[in-house]
Ligand binder design. Structure first.
Ligand code: TYD
Length: 206
């Protein structure tokens, strides 16, 4: 049977441009410095199913929102339980696992275009012990995305990100007991955000 809550599993969530990737790497440096056993990872992954997801995001292949939602969920199933690199096993071996995004991203993003019941159904995955939500205003996220100057991905639009933000709030208002939501104001400098994350996690000996 699948465990409901995965201990020592920390996930970063937030809108595109919120700063989750920067903060995940900062936390990894901190664990490195403290000689903690940890692994960083991200969703969509760079494994075969995750690469298909990126092909859709970068508009190399076209499909339906439902098929994309299923791809994200399949990528996640593989990410968790793949016999050779699944994170469930890494956690069992006593490592901290930090992921840039997890199923809350599907609940928040895919529910904008798909039936939320369908998205919940296909994302029946164990919860992480910690969610670090980098809470950054939509306008600031858009500014940062524009500054990167990259080709826009499928989801980088103001109206869309506003809906995603609302879906995150809905999901976080109904978390099961034992899941710890750490909300961080992401509009400040990266250094300030980083030190607040450390401070909050150290209260849990992490
Ligand atoms: P992201 O972490 O932003 O990757 P990168 O910054 O390296 O391109 O993820 C890519 C996009 O995928 C982002 O817009 C969020 C979206 N996404 C979903 O819509 N559902 C999901 O389940 C996940 C994991 C990501």
């Amino acid at each position: 049977m699948r465990e409901n809550i995965l201990d020592s599993f920390i996930v970063f969530e937030g809108l595109d441009g919120a700063g989750t990737t920067t903060q995940m790497h900062a936390l990894a440096r901190y664990y490195e410095f403290n000689r903690r056993k940890y692994m960083i990872t991200n969703e969509p992954t760079s494994n075969p199913i995750g690469r298909m997801v990126r092909d859709v995001l970068q508009k190399r292949i076209q499909t339906t929102p439902e098929a994309l939602a299923l791809l994200y969920a399949a990528d996640r199933e593989d990410h968790l339980y793949n016999p050779s690199y699944g994170i469930a096993r890494v956690l069992e071996e006593g490592s901290i696992v930090i992921s840039d995004r997890y199923f809350y991203s599907s609940i928040a993003y895919q529910s904008v275009e798909c039936d939320p019941d369908f998205i919940n159904l296909i994302n029946d995955f164990p919860s992480p012990r910690f969610i670090i939500y980098v809470d950054t205003p939509v306008e600031e996220c858009i500014r940062r995305i524009d500054k990167r100057g990259e080709e826009k991905e499928l989801f980088d639009r103001l109206d869309f990100l506003t809906a995603v933000q609302q879906n995150y709030e809905k999901a976080f208002s109904a978390l099961p007991d034992g899941v710890c939501l750490i909300r961080i104001d992401g509009s400040r400098s990266a250094d300030e955000v980083e030190s607040e994350i450390r401070k909050k996690l150290s209260a849990y000996s992490l």
